[in-house]
Design a protein around this ligand. Structure first.
Ligand code: THU
Length: 132
């Protein structure tokens, strides 16, 4: 699966978002190293703090399906924004938990233009397991 196909999947799955409170739909397409693509959408709640972002929905689904740290290749994120949509900081921390430093993050905008960065570039000075 190439960059454009992964982004197209994120754009399609965005339609499944449950976002009645923000009216902001987000779709994520998570590519595993074995070629499997896992969908994620934001799922909101009337108790706003219970909301789950699209990226975390996809990552948690991958874990539930049996994938492990190191199995993650890339994620494409899509929302109808003018600027490239970056993962929020909570999602970044979850990405760092499971993704390698060279894991690819494909940020897109409403025009499906792509900005690709590595996880290491997205989250410099990441909080990971500390040597003590
Ligand atoms: N959201 C995501 O799903 N991913 C992001 O990276 C940014 C924010 C969702 C959470 C909430 O449902 C809505 O966008 C507005 O913040």
């Amino acid at each position: 699966m190439n960059q454009q196909q992964l982004v197209e999947r994120a754009r399609q799955v965005k339609e499944n978002a449950y976002s009645p409170y923000s009216n902001f739909r987000v779709g994520a397409a998570l590519l595993m190293k074995d070629g499997t693509v896992i969908n994620g959408v934001n799922v909101e709640n009337v108790s706003f703090g219970a909301t789950n972002c699209a990226e975390r929905t996809a990552i948690y689904t991958a874990i539930a399906q049996g994938y492990k740290k190191g199995d993650f290749e890339a994620v494409a994120v899509s929302g109808d924004t003018v600027d490239f949509l970056p993962p929020c900081s909570i999602c970044r921390q979850v990405l760092v938990e499971f993704g390698d430093p060279d894991f690819k993050v494909l940020m897109t905008n409403g025009e499906a233009e792509i900005k690709e960065v590595t996880l290491d570039e997205l989250v410099p000075f990441a909080f990971t397991e500390l040597e003590m």
